[in-house]
Design a protein around this ligand. Structure first.
Ligand code: SF4
Length: 378
């Protein structure tokens, strides 16, 4: 195993942790979007021993440990490898950028296509850091709104298809193995046809190669899994996509839990159990927190000059529609515009309405109490 911490400026991985205001961020990518009970236990232990005791669930369905000191990275990565939570080869870990529809069943096309892609990781070319894959081959796709560059989906006709992101249609294939093979071939084509120059498939305007015709439409997409009972178990929501290890341990003490599946929607699917209320976890689909995105802010990010989450919690019930509280215009917590966007700048807050964190604000230079006052929160 390599033993040198490599700190990069973006896209943190287990082998490429990112420096942040509260220490390193170490990202774990669960295979098949699933963690066994032992892996959850190992992750909790790692977060408590070497991190801040808090685990983030990202919008790519990865898990992040925060607040890791540089000297703690080596024992941490060893513990994660021992729990089979990271690949021992950093090059494979970097390529394992797979989003998987969380409600797969053993042996279905999502499961088989994911297995086939995992087995072919070494055959993938070197791709830009943000380029990833979505395996979403249920009856109807559920990951269409989530970030990915190459998608394995179900066609209207019921066939499997492979679709380049940004194209309305995809290429039909006969089997999960064919889907994985075509996906790998498309990734090579992306690199060879200059895709890395624009970074993402959606922005890559080259015509698709003749062997990957965009000829069939995917089935109509379905909404993300609702909170509460699910045919496979229970779906719990995480405030701001974060859970502390004490809450996670409490959840895991529920008898009958088989596995925990991660989603890109700040929700966990816990298989084998019925939903029951638990402190620190959301079960109410109307909870205002579900409409709120907030980046870590101070002290979690070194680019922040304001705190975010306490203010976001206070404003959650006082704003209609979506709310985004971002400690700087980079807007890491939300890609899409929000009805209300509160953006930190030089220790104060700006307000953007129906826009993103980097857009022209309507009001600028407000203190935190002025923001609260504006929304009628005292
Ligand atoms: S939006 Fe800015 S302050 Fe917030 S996490 Fe991203 S870089 Fe840090």
């Amino acid at each position: 195993m390599e033993d040198k911490v490599c700190i990069k400026g973006r896209c943190p991985g287990a082998w490429q942790p990112m420096a942040s205001g509260d220490g390193l961020i170490v990202r774990v990518r669960p295979r098949h979007a699933q963690l066994s009970r032992c892996q959850v236990e190992a992750l909790c232990e790692a977060a408590e021993r070497w991190g801040s005791g808090v685990i983030d669930l990202t919008n790519r369905a990865n898990l992040q440990l925060r607040g890791v000191r540089e000297v703690a990275w080596q024992p941490l990565i060893e513990a994660l490898a021992q729990a089979d939570l990271v690949d021992e080869a950093p090059s494979l870990e970097a390529r394992r950028n797979l989003l998987v529809a969380p409600d797969w069943l053993p042996g279905d096309d999502t499961h088989q296509s994911t297995t086939a892609l995992l087995n072919q990781l070494a055959e993938l070319p070197e791709l830009p850091a943000k380029v990833g894959f979505a395996v979403d081959a249920g009856e109807r796709p559920v990951l269409m709104a989530d970030s990915a560059d190459f998608r394995i989906e179900r066609a209207v006709s019921g066939q499997l298809l492979v679709r380049a992101d940004g194209r309305q249609r995809g290429t039909p294939v006969q089997s999960a193995a064919d889907a994985a093979a075509l996906t790998v071939r498309l990734a090579h084509w992306f690199v060879e046809s200059g895709g890395p120059l624009v970074g993402r498939m959606r922005r890559h305007e080259s015509p698709l190669p003749p062997w990957a015709p965009a000829s069939v439409s995917p089935a109509k997409s379905r909404p993300p899994l609702a909170l509460g009972n699910h045919p496979l178990g229970a779906v719990y929501g995480l405030r701001f996509g974060q859970v502390d290890t004490a809450t996670l341990r409490r959840l895991m003490s529920t008898g009958g839990i088989e596995n925990v599946r991660v989603t890109p929607w700040r929700r966990l699917l816990v298989t084998g159990v019925k939903a029951r209320p638990l402190d620190g976890l959301l079960l109410d689909n109307q909870a205002p927190e579900l409409r709120v995105d907030a980046c870590p802010g101070l002290p979690g990010c070194e680019q922040a000059t304001v705190s975010t989450r306490p203010l976001a919690t206070q404003l959650a019930g006082a704003t209609a529609g979506s709310l985004h509280v971002s400690a700087c215009p980079k807007g890491c917590a939300r890609r899409l515009p929000a009805d209300v966007c509160v953006v930190g700048r030089e220790g104060r807050y700006d307000l953007v309405f129906r826009g993103g964190a980097d857009e022209e604000p309507c009001l600028t230079g407000l203190t935190e109490s002025q923001v609260r006052h504006y929304f009628g929160v005292e």
